[in-house]
Design a protein around this ligand. Sequence first.
Ligand SMILES: [Zn+2]
Length: 296
Amino acid sequence: MRNSNQRYQQTRSRGQGFNWLRLVPIMFFGLYAVYYYFSHSETVPFTGRNQLVDLSREQEAALGYQAYQEILANERVLTTGEAPKQVQEIARRLIEAVRKLDPKADPGFEWEANVIESDQANAFALPGGKVAVYTGIFPVTANENGLAVVMGHEIAHAIARHGAERMAYQKLVQIGSMAAGVSVSDMSPAARQAVMGALGAGAKFGVLLPFSRDHESEADEMGLYFMAAACYDPREAPKLWERMAANSGQSGGQRPAEFASTHPSNETRIQRLNALMPKALEIYQKYCSGLPAESG
Ligand SMILES: [Zn+2]
């Protein structure tokens, strides 16, 4: 009796079946991720979305500052002429608007806005309130309101701490794939590679990309409110994205980085902006005198 039982256990442990113990690291990672999320959860101002951010404002601002200095050192920064003056004025009005809408939304970032001479139709904001606009975007923004759409969107990325949130998720994805690496460590190299490849693609297309698309929609929404409270005509926003779509078609698939792959389609984006327009116009009416004059 004992003999056959022993033999049974031996065949079982030598068998081809999946060893569930391998899942222990993944389970620990899952528990850790849940714990991590809830202990580092913050609320995005204006949209109320919960987000995972594990950097302090100071750490975030320091990272943004460093990256900004590096970028500016390698680019031609315009210091004279109309463009820098206009960009700085729009930034000033937008940030003032953010503070009017919610005094707690701006954590006291040291805002800075520069114009970079470049053919790229691009703009960016780094964590901590560092904004840059490329001269190549001016033909697309076309007017002051259009420029306010782009800058409102960028300032929203910084206010919503999207950079820091992305870093927190990338860290979790990294730890997660390490845990998965332990779980698959006694598979054959080919099987391991297949599983890890699938997990990597899953993390990219299932977590990080959709998540960037959410960030883009959130920045569109918040940017729309900011520009309205700063008394720029929010109805320019859908028009700007139409021009942006036409522009990216023209430049033969060479789409600007910040407005690239991670983005909701332009149609979806324009539909969403139009749906938010009544609220944006309400904000405009509250902070500015009357409704914006109908522009062509
Ligand atoms: Zn964006």
